[in-house]
Design a protein around this ligand. Structure first.
Ligand SMILES: Cc1ncc(COP(=O)(O)O)c(C=O)c1O
Length: 482
């Protein structure tokens, strides 16, 4: 049996752990307990003994994947959740900024979603394997909210949604290539996990798979474009004869921005694609029902040809959806009757539980959209500004980027315009920071993509700013930024 122990968390050479600090935040002084530790490892080991013991053999049983990568030698096992909080098996409470990888925009166990879930499972059933009436209201909600979806198909994840959308767009255009942008993520299938070869020029990035196991041939049908650069338009024009579609995250989760230039870049992209006879797809798996009720399409006033959804759409149950122009979407219905008809399926696709929770979450968002979206789009900047002000006043090489309610902390003071500007290596300061965050009761996922929900009140956001700044202060006091 494998045993885990916390590796000692070593302050940089020449620095000695201090025991007590009185530190000042630019906003207000921290309570001494928040700021009083340079080495969180022993304390965390004690606090998370049950998580450690329960997972002592999990590496032999199952793969915990990226959700586990919280700078810990073992995963933090979560027992329960409520509103903006998670509780682990050791009884520790965390302010949760993972919030179901962004899916739980109303927070954990929102009463309207929970009621819909209970109504579905008590007396109706949760898996039929056949069409069910719950699909109709959810499809109607999407079509009403979305600028480009005349029709939709349901699947189980964002990964499946982008996989089906890519197949449909290749079939529709009879062209093989798909272009994605440097810094993007479109799901875990072979066509979604492209990254730019870091040695390739920023304005002509080369696609390569992130990790092994992807046949070389895949790269032949993939293209990588530079993000926020008009050089992308030229590459699309040059490759238009082979290029079926361009797919883009309207805000890249790897470097969230929401500036005006993003809207004009997206608008220009749509024009170039139309003029080149290339389809344009917005991957709204994150931005859908988050930026605005109608996603980035509503926020920027744009209309692509195809759209993909996931996350928020399911109210916390697994879901994906593809929507788009009727002439493209009809390929999903014409396998065997039209030579361009495509295969889609899935044991759980359109299952009644995801339909019920998804419709409950979307209906709530729809009814309360006038308050919810201004709130979400204020809380994200409030959090980012609070932390950025602290970092500036303490000369810390750390910054937060946000696009509305999606944010990420970066350990660099260089301007980040695109993913090319992101630090390539994780620093010791960053590792230390995330351990301190856990100790201070803040959960940011291993993927670093972080989200605010409507359950995060302004008071909770301010509390989180204090704790995040306290974690940074501990890291600075331990000498990691020297
Ligand atoms: C933009 C985007 N597309 C697709 C996916 C894949 O979705 P899923 O994790 O549900 O498969 C993600 C996941 O984070 C995403 O951010």
């Amino acid at each position: 049996m494998a045993t885990h122990c916390f590796e000692k968390f070593n302050p940089p050479e020449g620095h000695h752990p201090k025991t007590q600090f009185a530190i000042a935040c630019s906003r207000r002084p921290f309570p001494a307990t928040l700021a009083s530790m340079t080495d969180p490892t022993n304390q965390l080991a004690e606090k998370m003994a049950r998580s450690r013991d329960l997972t002592a053999t999990t590496h032999e049983l199952m793969n915990m994947g990226s959700a586990a990568s919280l700078e810990m030698p073992h995963p933090v096992l979560i027992e329960s959740a409520e509103g903006p909080y998670l509780h682990d098996v050791d009884g520790n409470q965390y302010i949760d900024f993972q919030i179901g990888f962004g899916a739980l925009v109303l927070g954990h166990r929102h009463p309207a979603v929970e009621a819909a879930m209970l109504e579905q499972i008590q007396g109706k059933g949760w898996h039929f394997g056949l069409h069910n009436p719950g699909q109709i209201p959810l499809a109607e909600l999407i079509v009403k909210a979305d600028n480009c979806a005349d029709r939709v198909i349901f699947c189980n994840t964002g990964t499946e949604a982008t996989m089906y959308a890519i197949r449909a767009m290749r079939a529709f255009t009879s062209k093989p290539k798909i272009a994605v942008f440097d810094g993007s993520y479109h799901g875990a299938h072979d066509y979604g996990i492209g990254i730019a070869d870091p040695e390739s020029p920023a304005n002509a990035p080369q696609w390569r798979a992130n990790g092994a196991g992807v046949p070389d041939g895949i790269a032949e049908h993939q293209m990588m474009l530079p993000y926020r650069s008009e050089a992308a338009y030229g590459l699309i024009r040059e490759n238009k004869n082979d290029l079926a579609a361009v797919i883009i995250e309207p805000a890249q989760s790897s470097n969230p921005h929401m500036g005006d230039d993003i809207g004009s870049f997206l608008a220009g992209l749509i024009d170039v694609c139309r003029e080149s006879d290339v389809l344009i797809m917005f991957d709204e798996v994150i931005t859908g029902f988050r930026f605005a009720y109608g996603g980035a399409q509503e926020f920027y006033g744009l209309k692509p040809d195809v759209v993909t959804y996931g996350k928020i759409l399911g109210g916390g149950c697994p879901i994906g959806a593809v929507g788009g122009r009727a002439d493209i979407m009809q390929l999903f219905n014409s396998l065997g009757t039209d030579p361009k008809g495509i295969m889609s399926g899935g044991t759980f696709s359109g299952n009644p539980l995801s339909m019920a929770t998804g419709a409950a979450q979307l209906s709530w968002l729809d009814e309360h959209r006038a308050e919810i979206y201004p709130k979400l789009n204020t809380l994200g900047p409030r959090l980012a500004d609070g932390i950025n002000t602290f970092c500036k006043s303490h000369n810390l090489p750390v910054q937060v980027l946000n696009s509305g309610s999606m944010f990420q902390v970066y350990f660099t003071d260089q301007t980040i315009r695109t993913a090319r500007d992101l630090p390539r290596q994780k620093t010791a300061a960053e590792t230390a920071f995330y351990l301190h965050l856990l100790d201070l009761g803040i959960l940011i996922p291993g993927t670093r993509r972080s989200f605010v929900s409507t359950a995060h009140t302004p008071e909770i956001i301010d509390e989180a700013i204090d704790r995040i700044c306290a974690a940074l202060q501990r890291v600075q006091d331990a000498g990691f930024f020297s």
